[in-house]
Write a protein that binds this ligand. Sequence first.
Ligand code: ATP
Ligand code: MG
Length: 571
Amino acid sequence: MKKANLKDYDITYGAFDWEKETAALSGLPEGKGLNIGYEAVDRHGSGSLKDVLAIRLVRKDQSYEDLTYGALKKRTAQFANVLRRLGIEEGERVFSLLGRVPELYITALGSLKYRAVYCPLFSVFGPEPIFQRLSKGEGVVLVTNVQFYLKKVRDLLGRLPALKYILLTDAAEDLDDRALSFSKLMDKASEDFTIPPTGEEDPALLHFTSGTTGMPKGAIHVHKAVYTHYITGKYVLDFQPGDVFWCTADPGWVTGTSYGIISPLVNGVTSIVDEEEFDAMRWYSILEKEKVNIWYTAPTAIRRLMRMKMVPREKFDLSALRLVLSVGEPLHAEAVAWGKEAFGVPILDNWWQTETGGIMIANYPSMKIKPGSMGRPLPGVEVGIADVDGEQLVLLDGSDAQGHLVLKKNFPSIFRAYLGEEQRYQKCFMGDWYLSGDLAKKDADGYYWFVGRADDIIKTSGHMVGPFEVESNLMKHPAVAEAAVIGKPEPSIGELVKAFVVLKEGHEGNEDLELELIGYARKVMGPAVAPKEIAFVDSLPKTKSGKILRRLLKARELGLPEGDLSTLEKN
Ligand code: ATP
Ligand code: MG
């Protein structure tokens, strides 16, 4: 068993110094600044990792498209030269609307090298969400394929005056003078590109949030964020030379960029990319065949795998797997335990947001796990629990303090703006602290426990109930596969706790089961917290990044407008 990079959490946390810890990142040659594309690609592409596999893309038909660091350096240089030839300027925005294809990675990294701002879009977005984001972000270039262009983009062009070019990854010829062939441009472009001087505060990435609580916000990140990508790769994902890593996140949201692209490359390991969407058996066979050492996935996928009655390591050789990690939603204690049985290693939960650009709270391989907890703050990041009252922020320090989860805003990857929403951005900060919008608890050992999003907290009979706690407890019942809990206005008690439950195969949602579940919940949680109403549903509404949309369940329950549904996953 390899020794973890983070050997002793307390020692590393106590002594952490961003500058010293990131000394391995050399910065641009001749002191010309800091550029994510350089640290991820060029530094390795002309160094000792030149012939090492950077990205292995498993195509739908299971064939490979392999890119070494050396090849990635050349292809991204070509793309940067394409941007130059098209007259794109530094700081202008390049969008992608693509599945997991090589051109997506080339676009992202080539744009960063060029110092354009890269913004990924979910490939499953329909025309309106694409329009909203392209227009808000003033995209000048969109890289997509012919089908998406014809079906979803072409009709928007009249409303997108800033959009100069659409580069089509699968068009052999230009369609017109605006919709150009990606490959033709690339073929003509030089494989040499010297990254211009880049300031660490220069904007690099634009990421729209998942839209779980409302209209998605466009968070801007700068090149300096690469320090967080590097440190989290080293200490949380525990990247070590020769490792094979697989992040299953869709490239359309922040995890797919920070960890699906940047962090593994900065740390010089090999990334697996699967072109296909979720497919349990295919996933297990990729873990086996590619000898994946570190696997980063999400609770929504884990819940789907848990529902299948199989122990994967009995059917597949998963002996290479050293770490399994999860992000995006709370990971129930049940899932942590299931991971141990299924993979031979527990699933390590970690917490972060689009706004934080990288992992902020984590369970580390060398640290005792408390199942159900998000873990402890990343070395270099100060986290706290606070009471927020009007203009006042008071840090709470007692054991089991519960309140707003706040982060000291001085870490490198904190977002620098919500695009076009300065006031909303300013409202996220109080003094030195960033308010995450989540509520959490900190225990006596310094572990953080997710309570819920501030917007989702239920006020019932004078109690504050976090939906996560209720959902976790419901999931311990053998019939329950998934649960989502909301507060429903009820004059006598404020709000009533209502649960929407998806049952495991072989169980029927009838009145008997409803009574049984309510009884069970009252027993384990107490009557004040237990749901008073249960609805059985076939599935829960989720965002495209797999998060349960409680606000939609609530709006439907109350017959209110459904709000922005651009990120709703269609079942
Ligand atoms: P929006 O801000 O548009 O409502 P969103 O908050 O879901 O959408 P993301 O930035 O993708 O957008 O998600 C971050 C949020 O996801 C966190 O604030 C938290 O609520 C939740 N989250 C992420 N990881 C975890 C985790 N390990 N445990 C609990 N919650 C998590
Ligand atoms: Mg959010």
